[in-house]
Design a protein around this ligand. Structure first.
Ligand code: GLU
Length: 609
């Protein structure tokens, strides 16, 4: 297992990338915070954590360093939770400044910092963190980081003291912010808390897991702890995208295309929403203050595996309709007498079926709905089969609830199948149904059952097909076509009448087959087992039809089980009681019927693909 994991393509790729970039010696270790200059320029780590919690790591991925500016993104998320979007926006903007991280970029009139990723905005953000006291605020910040990294975190006292003793520019910024009333507390306390937050120790693996937690909508994919309320994750990622890489942010989006935040400690945290988080650490910095190798890692990875956020990776309007047909061409597995078959051939087009597949995004759902709309007047029943759908985007859910309302308003029926595991969709549909006063949403386990329901409804509107009277039931049976009156009389004599309760088995798969049955009343399901507790129906037969007759040709045991759906009455004909001269006639009729069913089946297959 371990050997296999080491050979995984991403692990191998990261190892090669790490090796390729290790020789880079450009850049310099940050020294304006004296303690940072002690970092070893050779340190180099790459870690990637997927949203299902798999960790890939290469190099010094357990080497600790201080998080510095990367902390700004996380504290921003906490401030949004503490104060709400409006209150935070009142104090800190979201506009890229295009200036260096420590610039004094404040709006002219209001004194509001441009964004929370530059020092001024980050200090203002730290000033918004709730807490009864300063130690309490620090404890809340540390707890927040712990949820992101999945273990306790500590402040590097040396780095903190070093910055505290030399960070006069940040202190000046804090006082300017206090002057403009952006900070409402004592500025020295706020900036002290900010210095401590910047001095939290992390590893490249921690950064990758923090990124993966954001990629996973705020839930840590390893511990399953909710680190960040999901409603603010997109806000955090937005400012990371536009402002996260200091005055290199525009270039970054252009060449890497992932929301990211870097810190002068040499770390970079990048996020590919919905997929993974990336943590890189190498303390040699370029002129903009970004890790030299870190930027290269992200640029090469983005190019090599094509993860740029704005890359058009799929055309979402294409092929979510696996197959589309109507109830005139494709029928349920319920066998019907010829009168009903003809009625369905005439009116079955009023049942429209769409078997869907893949991801239903806004554009693909819109295209589906336009197709449905183009047949609106001819449609009474619409079956949507979601069995092969892997995801339904929120925008698509809105479109479907709107469709449901339109169907309800015009007395048409919308039927859904395969939605069992699509919880958000089901909840929204149930809510939508209540809003438009629908008693129930028609949900079926499979399209076959939904189709049967629609056919029954449709046939209810047609004059009833000539259901045979129980006494001449044998005459109308396909098996008995062209039998002489004497042969019919002989058959009547040797059949015996049987009744079954609803749900009762008439025979089981594997039973010896010694007779066939003519149905007089009720329905019989012929089913096969497809799993421990699962079965599939092959056909449902009703009054006027027979079952169990195939064994007449095969001479083998039962290949299906037969179960009464409603109270069933039937006539049993033992194979042993069939006269030798009658048997060829029955076999001929059986062959003709099989050929008819086979060609109907072939037509359906052609449509279903
Ligand atoms: N604590 C550092 C400062 O304010 C963070 C700078 C950074 O990582 O960009 O100077």
């Amino acid at each position: 297992m371990t050997a296999l994991l080491h050979a995984l393509p991403i692990q191998a790729y990261l190892e090669a990338l790490h090796q390729r970039l290790s020789d880079i010696r450009d850049g310099e270790v940050a020294s304006y915070i004296p303690e940072l200059s002690r970092a070893d320029p050779n340190w180099f780590a790459i870690a990637l954590v997927t949203v299902d919690g798999h960790v890939y790591q290469v190099g010094d991925s357990h080497q600790e360093f201080t998080i510095q500016s990367i902390s700004k993104a996380i504290t921003y998320g906490l401030a949004l939770e503490d104060r709400g979007v409006e209150a935070v926006l009142a104090k800190v903007g979201v506009e890229p400044s295009g200036e260096a991280f420590n610039s004094i970029s404040l709006e002219k009139d209001t004194g509001r910092p441009f964004n929370p990723m530059i020092n001024a905005g980050a200090i203002a953000t730290t000033g918004l963190i709730e807490g009864k006291s300063w130690p309490d605020k620090l404890a809340r910040i540390l707890q927040r980081f712990e949820k992101f990294v999945g273990h306790p975190v500590t402040v590097d006292e040396e780095v903190y003291c070093s910055e505290r003793d030399t960070g006069h520019r940040n202190r000046a910024i804090a006082h300017l912010l206090r002057n403009a009333n952006i900070i409402e507390e004592f500025p020295e306390e706020v900036v002290d808390l900010y210095f401590r937050q910047c001095s939290i120790r992390v590893t490249a693996r921690d950064l990758a897991l923090m990124g993966a937690t954001l990629a996973n909508n705020g839930v840590n994919p390893i511990t399953s702890v909710c680190a960040q309320q999901s409603q603010y994750v997109d806000k955090m990622l937005s400012v990371m995208t536009t402002c996260g890489m200091y005055d290199y942010s525009g270039n970054w989006v252009y060449s890497v295309g992932m929301p990211a935040k870097s810190g002068v400690g040499g770390g970079i945290m990048a996020v590919l929403p919905g997929q993974f988080g990336l943590g890189v650490f190498s303390p040699l910095l370029d002129r903009k203050g970004n890790s030299f190798r870190g930027v290269r890692v992200c640029e090469e990875l983005s190019r090599d595996i094509g993860v740029h956020l704005l890359k058009v990776v799929r055309a979402t309007s294409a092929s979510v309709v696996r197959v589309h047909y109507d109830g005139a061409c494709i029928h349920s597995r319920r066998q019907r007498l010829s009168g009903d078959r003809e009625a369905l051939a005439r009116g079955g087009h009023r049942i429209q079926v769409y078997e869907l597949q893949g991801e239903l995004m806004f554009a693909s759902t819109d295209s589906l709905i336009r197709s449905i709309a183009s047949q609106w007047d001819d449609t009474d029943f619409l079956i949507l089969d979601f069995h092969r759908v892997v995801d339904i985007a929120a925008a698509s859910i809105h479109l479907f609830t709107d469709l449901l309302a339109r169907f309800a308003a015009s007395g048409k029926h919308l039927l859904l199948t395969g939605t069992e595991d699509k919880y958000a969709f089901r909840r929204a549909i149930a809510r939508g149904a209540r809003t438009c006063g629908l008693e129930r949403v028609f949900e079926f386990e499979d399209t076959d059952r939904a189709l049967e329901f629609c056919e029954d409804q449709l046939l209810g509107r047609e004059p009833p097909s000539s259901a045979p009277e129980p006494d001449d039931v044998l005459r109308d049976q396909y098996l008995c076509q062209d039998l002489s009156p004497a042969e019919m009389a002989r058959l009547q004599q040797v059949t015996r009448r049987l009744s079954f309760q609803p749900g009762e088995h008439i025979f089981q798969s594997g039973d010896a087959a010694t007779s066939l049955f003519f149905v007089l009343r009720g329905h019989v399901d012929l089913v096969v087992r497809t799993g421990q507790r699962q079965e599939r129906r092959l056909v449902t037969v009703c009054a006027g039809m027979s079952f169990g007759e195939f064994a007449l040709a095969t001479g083998q045991g039962r290949s299906t089980a037969a179960r009464a759906v409603a109270a069933v009455e039937c006539m049993e004909l033992a194979f042993a009681d069939i006269d030798a001269d009658l048997k060829p006639k029955l076999m001929g009729n059986l062959a003709r019927e099989l050929a008819r069913r086979l060609s109907a089946e072939a037509k359906q297959l052609q449509i279903l693909g």
